[in-house]
Structures are given as C-alpha cells and as structure tokens.
Design a protein around this ligand. Structure first.
Ligand code: C5P
Length: 224
C-alpha cells in the first residue's frame, strides 16, 4: 500500500484534531497539528511584545522561533514545543485563542509555517489538520476531508476539553471566540479557510469520535 497525505480542514472545534490524531495512530502515520504551530507563534509574539504591523519585527521574531512536536508516551499524544519548551498547555488557553487568528493572517507568518508544514509532509504518511491544508499546503493531497458541526455542539465540546485542563470558560465566551475565528480565518487575504472542490465533507454534529475516525479511515484505505 502506498503512503498518502491526509488533509483535514474545517471550522474551529469540530473535532479535526481528535480525528486526525486517531487516524494517524491507526495508520502508523505522523500527525501534524498545524493550528498548534500558529498558536505557538502567537505565544512567542505575545511574550516578546512583537510589533505585528512591522514586517521587519515579525521576520526577526520568526527567525528566532523553532517549533517541534514530541510524542508523550504517557499521554499517548504528541505535544508542541516552542524553542525547546513544552507549551502544549499554554497554547490552548483562551488568551491565545483570542489572538491567534490575527497572527495567522500575517503574510510572513503564513509563509514560514506553510514552508515548514510542506517539509513535514514531504515523505507522505502524514495526517495534517488545519484550515488551508487541502487548499494550499498540500493541494495534491490524496485525501481531503472538510469537517463542520453546529456551533452549540462545537462550543460544548471545546468547553469539555478546557475543563479537562482545569479551565472553566462560559459557553457564550467560547461561542464568540469560535465565530470570530471562523470569520477571520475565512475572510483573510492569504490562504483563507475554503472548502476544497475535491474534499469529502463531514458534518460531525451527530457523530461520535470513533464514527468520524472510521469515516476517514475507510476513505484513506480506498486511496492507498
Ligand atoms: O486548529 P486550531 O483551532 O488550534 O487553530 C488555531 C488558529 O490557527 C485558527 O483559528 C487559525 O487562525 C489558525 N490556523 C490557520 N491555518 C491552519 C491552521 C490554523 O490559519 N492551517
């Protein structure tokens, strides 16, 4: 069986990462969370007071950023490292969610992240999730899935995830963040969130995680 690239895109918090992670694990593929990369950049910019409307400052900062993923055996999950520090927990916090779409719309940021993502997927055998993976990062991906779900369901799922990390965030605040990010991600000039013509569309509102995984695995097997 040949190794393929699986691109999973969609709106915020509709189960892309959980599905992609599990699909990768079952296929023995690597999993790349492209959103985590934009979140890590956002954290760096926040901590280092980077002037986001100054392209030179942005480029200098990007030169100093090294993002990697390390598999945590105990949690059976890969975690995000920024310049050698584990930032997995920090980048999921609401103050990062509230800034990330602004940072990810910056041209220099996108160029740098997209180039790293392409390198990570070069050897195939990868599942990558995000907003522009099938439309821009890997337009030739063998399998593209575009996920969506109702806003209420997405907010409830995100609230549960945050609670597991001891963060209690009210539903209206989560909904507001999801809608704002979807809007900014869809309306930005470069690599906006779009549904690729050749993507399979999956509404996860009424699906369990195993059902979502099964759907993608079935399609993946057909493409291998
Ligand atoms: O996937 P996640 O919700 O963690 O992504 C956080 C943010 O990163 C998105 O709202 C979007 O602004 C940005 N992003 C992006 N392109 C990607 C993945 C994420 O612009 N491929």
């Amino acid at each position: 069986m040949r190794k393929i690239v699986i691109a999973i895109d969609g709106y915020s918090a509709c189960g892309k990462s959980s599905t992609a992670k599990e699909v990768a694990s079952q296929l023995g593929y690597s999993y790349i969370d492209s959103g985590a990369m934009y979140r890590a950049v956002t954290l760096y910019f926040h901590e280092n007071y980077v002037t986001v409307d100054n392209p030179k400052d942005v480029s200098n900062a990007l030169d100093k950023i090294n993002i990697s993923f390390v598999f945590n055996e105990r949690k059976a999950s890969s975690e995000t490292y920024l310049n050698g520090l584990n930032v997995e927990e920090e980048i999921r916090k609401m103050y990062i969610s509230n800034q990330v779409s602004k940072i990810s719309a910056i041209s220099e940021v996108r160029k740098s992240m997209v180039s790293q993502q392409r390198k990570l997927g070069k050897k195939k055998g990868v599942v990558m999730d995000g907003r522009d993976i099938g439309s821009n990062v890997f337009p030739d991906a063998e399998l593209k899935v575009f996920m969506n779900a109702g806003l209420e369901i997405r907010a409830e799922r995100r609230q549960k995830e945050l609670l597991e990390k001891d963060q209690l965030v009210p539903i209206p605040e989560i909904e507001e963040n999801l809608l704002a990010r979807d809007k900014m991600d869809s309306e930005r000039k470069e690599n906006p969130l779009v549904i690729p013509d050749d993507a399979y569309i999956l509404d996860t509102s009424e699906l369990t995680l195993p059902e979502q995984v099964e759907y993608v695995l079935q399609l993946a097997t057909e493409k291998m």
